[in-house]
Design a binder for this molecule. Structure first.
Ligand code: ATP
Ligand code: MG
Length: 148
């Protein structure tokens, strides 16, 4: 007999979260990390760093050529960021939902952006949009590797 789908194991995913310079300067590292952990997700990689421009350009390569590319790259290089690898069941989708819509004015209350941000230029966090993007971004930001 085939097992009922509820009993099939849910695959663990690992996602990249960045707390952007505005989140670090506003002392929101603890608040954002608290929300991620309270949801039941595990932080498996964590570092505070000044991101080199080449890394940020590669990270946002999908947006190259768009009007906001220069400003978004400059913003991410304007101060320290926290890079975090977060693991759990359906982590990629769960984290995107927790962060809220790209434009904080459209983000629901209860989300990080809906509660803590007002401007698309300073929307506090990045999180991977799908598992393929997560794998690509984690290889960039955690090139030293992560625990299995
Ligand atoms: P992120 O990739 O930072 O998690 P996102 O996936 O919600 O955000 P993207 O479409 O990937 O949104 O855009 C990357 C970043 O570029 C956004 O976080 C935002 O700061 C900026 N951005 C996106 N669209 C616009 C826009 N129309 N005007 C100004 N800035 C924008
Ligand atoms: Mg994005």
């Amino acid at each position: 007999m085939k097992p009922h789908k509820e009993f099939l194991p849910v695959p663990l995913e690992t996602s990249l979260v960045l707390i952007k310079p505005g989140g670090v300067s506003r002392r929101l590292v603890g608040e954002i990390t608290r929300r991620i952990e309270a949801r039941g997700l595990a932080v498996v990689g964590l570092k505070l760093m000044s991101a080199p421009r080449s890394l940020v350009e590669e990270h946002y390569s999908e947006h190259q050529g768009k009007g906001f590319f220069e400003s978004v790259v400059a913003y991410l290089c304007s101060g320290p960021v926290v890079a975090m690898a977060v693991r759990g069941e359906n982590a990629v989708r769960a984290i995107r939902a927790m962060m809220g819509a790209t434009n904080p004015l459209d983000a629901e209350p209860g989300t990080v952006r809906g509660d803590l941000a007002l401007s698309i230029d300073d929307n506090l966090t990045h999180s991977s949009s799908d598992p393929e993007a997560a794998a690509r971004e984690l290889a960039l930001w955690f090139s030293e590797g992560l625990p299995a």
